[in-house]
Structure formats: C-alpha cells, structure tokens
Design a protein around this ligand. Structure first.
Ligand SMILES: [Zn+2]
Length: 377
C-alpha cells in the first residue's frame, strides 16, 4: 500500500507559513481548521526545537507522538483488552518535518490516531483491507502521513516478535516511519525503526502541545532509556525469542506433518470402514441368501422327510398288501390245489371205479366167455 501523493516523501521545513502552504483554504474549509491550527502551533513550538529540547542533540531523527494521539491509542488498546482480551493496533498519522535551516535534522510528529479493525487475538492483530483504504483516504484528505505503526502487547511486555519485525521491515520501513509497541497493562513502551536494512530501537517522545509554547516544550521520553545492562537483557531476550520462534517453526512443521499423517490415517480409516461396510453388506446379503437357502433347504428336507415318511407308509401298506396278496395267493393256491387235488382224486376214484367196473365186467365177461367156450367144447 502507498500513502500520500508521492512515493518518496520529503520532510517539510518548520516555518511560520507551512500551515498556510499545506492548508491554503483552511479559513473557508471548516474541517481543515483544526489541522491548520495544530500544524501552526507545532511550527511555533518547534521553531526553536534544538534549544527547547536538549535531548535532540546528536540525533538525525526524532519521533514525537502528540499526547492526544497517544491517549487515543491507549484508550483503544484498553477497550480492546477489556472487551475481548485482544491486542490492538493502528496508525498514528501526522507531519514529517525538519528544523529550520537544517534539512538533516529530521523529526516526525504523530498528531492523530487511526484504529485498525482487522482480525485479532490475544497475541495477534491486523489491519483490514478496508482499514488501509480508510487510512489512506484520511491521510490524503487531510495532508497527513502514516508515520507510526503502533500496537499493544497487553501484559506480556514490550518487544518485537518475528511477525512484528517483518511488518516493520515490509510495511513501515520508510525514512519517516517508526514502529511502537506498548504494554498497556504494565505501561511500558518501546520504539523500533528501520535504518536501511537495520532495525534499531528508537526513542519515542510524548509531546503535550496544549502545555507547550514557543518558550517551553512539554515533552518526555515514553520508553525507558536503554541502559547497556538492559540492552544485554534485551539481546538475551531477543535470542530467547529467536529460539522460541525456531521451536514454533519446528512445531508448526511437525504439526503440518502430523496433520498430513492424520489425513492419511483418516483416509485409511475411511477406506477400511468402506471395505468393512462393503464386506458386511456383501456378507450380510450372502448370509441372508444362505439363510433363505438354508430355510428353503430345511423346508425341502422337511418335505422330503414327509415324502419319505409317506413313501415308507406306502411301502408298509404295499408290504401289507403284498403279504396279504401272498397270503391270499398262498391260500388261494392251497385251496385250488386242494380243490384240484380233490377233483383229481375224485376223478381218479371215479376212474378207478370205472376201471374196477370195467375190470370186473371184463373179468365176468371173460369168465362168461370162458364158460361159453368150455360149453362149446
Ligand atoms: Zn507484537
């Protein structure tokens, strides 16, 4: 994203006419009146900055945040924490200036805070796409520059995480830009600024314009001065953070691998369940068919048994009949034989009788004949 009309921003020289140059129609445009008056007062207060603000000595760049803008951020950060326990972020916009007759003595003064409405959590906060558009429009309309990216670390101290460093390096690395992190619960502040490729800690001064004038500058350092001991602690802490970041990265990689494995396992389980389902379905159908077949077979066996029983009965009946027939045949035969025998006997007897009769007749005739023969002789 780009802010302002030019990509390369030049610092404006502090002068009594600067406000009239930047807001030429402020008297007719009521909405520009406040900006005009603020810039006019700034130029008045900073006209003798080197004398009034001794700490500026030896600095090529100084960062000021006007109290109203800082208070607005602090309220926003506290509200966000109280309502959601989240971090808060936003932009402090204002003016990029240099001392009168000294273009190498640069400073920025943040005069207005613009809150961000992107996604956030207890340890992250983002600008939304709409924020970028709104903030850019606000700056263009009111001739202001996005100077300070500010965000809160509620309760966990002032330092820059890996993401914070990347954000500063990629989005707020211009010569007129600075980053500020605030622990709004512990009331701690720390500034960072990109100097070429180096990210260095930056002092942040709180400026109370209402209590300042051309002869007095109400100004105090927001962050603790960094002692060498503290610097060592910070470096140590930065190392710890780097180790933690590496661990987090490793953990993230492991998480990705685990997720992949989990997916593979899930797929395998799904496949196994599908097979099991198909197996059970086929098995069930087969079993059901077998069951039906078994039932049919049982019925068939039962029918066969019944048929066999019936056949057995029939055989028994047949055997009885055969026996009866046998007996009947036997009896009949005996009776018939008897009858034949009887008849034969009877016939034989008759024949015998006839034969006897014939014999007796024949004998008697023979005798008679013989007698006759004898007589004849
Ligand atoms: Zn942070």
């Amino acid at each position: 994203m780009t802010f302002g009309e030019k990509k390369t921003i030049d610092a404006k020289e502090v002068s009594k006419v600067l406000a009239s140059i930047i807001y030429p129609n402020a008297k007719e445009q009521k909405d520009k009146k406040n900006y005009f008056e603020t810039l006019e007062k700034l130029c008045d207060v900073f006209d003798n900055r080197i004398t009034l603000h001794k700490e500026t000595e030896g600095r090529k760049f100084t960062c000021y945040i006007e109290k109203k803008a800082y208070d607005a951020f602090f309220r926003f950060a506290n509200d966000t924490y109280q309502n959601r326990r989240h971090e808060a972020t936003g932009l402090i916009v204002g003016y990029y200036l240099h001392d009168r007759d000294n273009p190498n003595s640069l400073f920025i003064v943040g005069t207005h805070f613009l809150g961000a409405t992107g996604e956030s959590s207890s340890v992250t906060t983002e600008f939304s796409y709409q924020d970028s558009i709104n903030h850019s429009n606000f700056c263009n309309e009111n001739k202001l520059l996005p100077l300070i990216w500010i965000h809160s670390h509620p309760g966990f101290g002032v330092f820059y995480s890996g993401t914070d460093c990347t954000t500063l390096k990629t989005l707020f690395a211009a010569t007129h830009q600075t980053g500020v992190v605030v622990d709004n619960l512990k009331n701690k502040v720390l500034g960072y600024k990109m100097y070429g490729n180096d990210m260095l800690e930056e002092d942040i001064f709180l400026l109370d314009l209402d209590k300042s004038d051309g002869s007095h500058l109400e100004c105090k350092l927001l962050n603790d001065k960094i002692s060498s001991k503290k610097k060592g602690e910070i470096e140590e802490r930065t190392d710890d953070i780097k180790i933690l970041e590496t661990k987090t990265e490793n953990f993230e990689n492991e998480r990705i691998i685990l997720k992949k494995n989990e997916k593979t396992i899930s797929n395998t389980i799904i496949l196994a369940f599908s097979f099991l389902y198909v197996f059970l379905l086929v098995g069930g159908i087969t079993l059901f068919a077998s069951f039906n077949r078994t039932n049919d077979l049982e019925k068939r066996v039962f029918e066969l048994v019944q048929q066999i029983d019936s056949i057995s009965n029939s055989i028994s009946v047949l055997q009885t009949i055969i026996r009866e027939v046998d007996m009947s045949i036997h009896e009949t035969t005996i009776e018939e034989i008897d009858s034949i025998f009887y008849k034969e006997c009877h016939r034989t007897c008759k024949t015998d009788s006839v034969i006897q009769t014939i014999q007796s007749k024949t004998e008697s005739e023979l005798i008679e004949l013989n007698e006759k023969c004898n007589e004849n002789r």
